[in-house]
Design a protein around this ligand. Structure first.
Ligand code: ZN
Length: 79
């Protein structure tokens, strides 16, 4: 399965993918920061740094959807 960069929501453990999620935008308030807006019904909305993204192994279908539920991804540990 392919590997994509994503950021995890601390509240519901969904992973959002930078290249395909409609919930990730560039922050308007801080340079080099992104804004994550999680999906309903999760209320999470927070800014994060590009460096806090991690590689995840996911299926193409999950990537196209933009986010993965906790059971649908596998984190790829580096180093
Ligand atoms: Zn969430």
């Amino acid at each position: 399965m392919p590997i994509h960069m994503g950021v995890v929501c601390d509240k519901c453990r969904k992973v959002h993918f930078i290249a395909s999620s409609s919930g990730i935008q560039l922050s308007r308030t801080a340079e080099r920061m992104y804004l994550l807006t999680c999906r309903f019904p999760c209320p999470e909305k927070r800014e994060f740094r590009k460096e806090s993204m991690r590689p995840y192994r996911i299926s193409d279908d999950v990537f196209r959807r933009g986010y993965a539920e906790e059971s649908e991804y596998e984190i790829v540990w580096k180093g």
